[in-house]
Design a binder for this molecule. Structure first.
Ligand SMILES: Cc1ncc(COP(=O)(O)O)c(C=O)c1O
Length: 427
């Protein structure tokens, strides 16, 4: 009897071991950059200017939206999978003038669990094994992982400084190199503006060139515009969907977390022609079915408020662009005092700092300089940032000695971070 039990346990154990092996497509993607670097910051009790999350307290209008939403009975129920009606209507009203066309709230918008899910749905909906997806690098880390999980091939084209590298907008595509990346297998191109991590705003001319090239090769564009409301005052966010030939091939992705500085909300949306959005919807309804209803009720109220206050001082988006510019100037000033040069951004959450004047020396035969430098600064200076090379798939040499810092932080966090930066050289 005992023997039989042992045998069956053993057999069960063996069966588990082989059955529990991961599917091939996820092997090699176990590590996650944000998990790793957040843990490092916590371990060394460092001020976290690494991960891009504002540590602000919620503004009053947001708290009011929550307390009003709680009293809407249907906000507690399952909702329409493709998007809560009140929210998609509000998004349609907000984006229609920005995209120069009437956006159909029911067919041309999908809400998602963070922008992350919209990006995942878009890449998954269109990438077959063997398809090529062009990624402009440096790029947000999830793009290449999702392409690879789908069996696609990321094709990397870098942004390189043309002229003064301390101006984010001087990081540009080499036109011939970009056009040369397209083949008969190219299915999709990812664009990101305002750009993470460079802080570049693509110009209308750049967008037109990219859209025309995609039109020529009949390639889909996924435009990650999560930082669209974080463009510094006096600068303009150009949407590739507005470039000639752009709309019919573009999925534009936005984020409530970034637009209202509460990244924990994880609510996003995708906007584009029905022909494209309907394919994302197939992935979305299979994966999560719908984003949380009450969150969509809250954000619908916030978007409606923005529409009402557009252009006025009380508008959160007007305030946000100033808050971001101010945070950025705090870091620039601290870096200036420490003799460190930066790549000056025009939008987004991030700034690249050139760490070479620190004169730190590392053996780079195994691990890249910027990775060791970021770890050293976290451990010894209690300042956590993200090494730029982690945003590159191929052209890592361009990252050299850059560290990405997040300036979307409270005054207090920026003060502590700024003081550490000023202290670094002295120490
Ligand atoms: C470029 C970019 N895209 C997408 C996301 C994810 O946005 P969300 O938090 O809405 O999922 C981020 C978050 O950091 C990002 O930086």
């Amino acid at each position: 009897m005992l023997r039989t039990v042992q045998q069956s346990l053993c057999c069960h154990g063996n069966r588990c071991l082989s059955n529990f092996a991961p599917a091939q497509r996820i092997i090699g993607h176990e590590k996650n950059l944000w998990v790793e670097y957040s843990a490092l910051a916590i371990k060394h009790k460092a001020v976290n200017l690494g991960q891009g999350f504002p540590d602000f307290t919620p503004p009053e209008f947001l708290k009011e939206a929550w307390s009003d939403a709680v009293n809407v009975p249907s906000a507690h129920w399952y909702t329409r999978g493709q998007g809560y009606p009140r929210l998609v209507n509000a998004l349609s009203e907000m984006y229609s003038p920005e995209l120069g066309r009437q956006i159909d709230p029911m067919t041309e918008i999908m809400t998602s669990v963070g922008a992350y899910e919209s990006l995942y749905a878009a890449l998954t909906a269109f990438t077959d094994p063997g398809d090529e997806v062009i990624l402009i690098e440096p790029h947000f880390d999830s793009y290449s992982v999702v392409v690879e999980v789908c069996g696609g091939k990321p094709v990397y084209v870098p942004l390189k400084p043309d002229g003064d590298p301390t101006n984010a907008n001087n990081w540009v595509l080499d036109k011939a190199e970009f056009e040369g990346a397209f083949t008969s297998k190219t299915k999709l191109l990812m664009v990101n503006t305002p750009h993470n991590p460079i802080g570049k705003l693509f110009s209308a001319e750049e967008m037109e060139f990219i859209a025309r090239t995609c039109e020529k090769h009949n390639v889909i564009i996924v435009s990650d515009e999560v930082y669209e409301r974080c463009v510094f005052p006096g600068h303009v966010h150009h949407r590739i969907a507005n470039a000639p030939g752009g709309w019919e091939r573009t999925v534009t992705v936005g984020s409530a977390g970034k637009s209202f500085s509460m990244t924990g909300y994880k609510l996003g949306w995708a906007i584009g022609p029905e022909e494209l959005i309907s394919k994302l919807q197939t992935v979305h309804q299979t994966a999560v079915y719908s984003a949380p209803t009450i969150l969509q009720e809250v954000i619908a109220r916030c978007v409606e408020r923005e529409i009402e206050l557009k252009g006025q001082e009380q508008s959160y988006h007007s305030q946000l662009s100033k808050i971001m510019e101010k945070g950025c100037s705090e870091i620039i000033s601290a870096c200036g005092d420490a003799g460190l040069s930066v790549v000056e951004p025009f939008g987004g959450y991030f700034i690249l700092v050139d760490t070479s004047p620190l004169g730190l020396e590392f053996d780079t035969s195994q691990v890249a300089y910027d990775i060791q430098c970021a770890q050293w600064l976290t451990e010894h200076m209690k300042l956590a940032g993200i090494p730029l090379s982690l945003f590159f798939g191929k052209n890592k040499h361009l990252s050299e000695k850059y560290l990405r810092l997040c300036f979307a932080k409270s005054e207090q966090t920026l003060k502590i971070g700024g003081d550490i930066i000023r202290d670094i050289v002295a120490k």
